[in-house]
Ligand binder design. Sequence first.
Ligand code: NDP
Length: 318
Amino acid sequence: MSAAPTLLLCSETDDLGDLRPAFEQAAAERCPGLRVALWPEVAAGAAEVVALASWFAPLGLPAALPGLRLIASIGAGAEHVLRDPGLPAGVPVTRIVDEQQARGMAEFVLWAALYYHRGLDRVQQQQPRGVWRMPPQRPAAQTRVGVMGLGTMGAEVARCLAGHGFEVHGWSRRGHAIEGVRTWAGDVQLEDFLRPLDIVVSLLPLTEHTRGLCNARWFARLKPGAAFINCGRGEQVVLPDLLEALERGQLGGAVLDVFEHEPLPPVHPLWHTPRLLVTPHMASSVSPEAMARQIVGDTARVLAGLAPVHAVDRARGY
Ligand code: NDP
């Protein structure tokens, strides 16, 4: 086995083989001498692994790689890396930060907001009954959309919705100023942020604070009949509470793009729940080339003794 410094692509849930050519290309351009391997070609204990690029790697694997200098999530969220209780201290964890992915997210959320704003949800319910009834139409400025999370994704989404004329509100942990968006911060402002919204979008990372955030109490704070678009993470939603809110009409409808267990099993009741649209974690992805460029670039930095550009705050959880 070669002892060349190695970047290991690893997932327990997905086949990452298709990513390899992009990583090899990026390594040739940005980090000559860096070898790219696909788990389990390189086993635990291999000292040549300097970077792990992962999506749900086996728990304990990072701790078993003694030469590890970087742990990179191949997605925008890093919760699947940070869930490992044995993560070696002092090894930086990065995530994907990509403007093109944020623009893709803005497209998806704009579509979902328009779906409710223009009454396409109602039209879809009418169709099986052969009902020809135009939903009421109103200007976008009369529809209030709230975005939870104003990071790379949420800020772009908020700007896009504001640009399309919606009344946009944004909520985050710390305060942010975004032109055309009324912003709110922290748990103390959550209730006031939620109350007037017609549509609420989650673009929060999964952390110990956001896990289970959308529970019965949260749904009760929404304006009756509001719609919910979840593009954050499935674990942020207490599903029985969401279903109960839908059943009662407290929640008018939901687009769910992310789930605690993905793929959602074919027999799952969510597939057949009225007024609920299931989408297969498709809101926005990063291209293999952009992903590889960023992760190999950060690998080159750590090998040169520099901090990676896209590090997450391990203590904060995002
Ligand atoms: P960022 O880290 O850039 O932004 C996270 C935002 O969430 C920040 O504004 C942060 O606040 C806010 N936040 C975090 N914790 C809290 C809290 N407890 N209360 C209020 N606000 C909080 O992440 P991204 O925007 O890049 O991505 C967000 C998430 O979107 C990802 O973690 C992932 O789960 C999901 N995602 C889903 C995709 C899909 O296809 N469905 C694609 C890409 C991302 P502050 O700014 O104050 O720190």
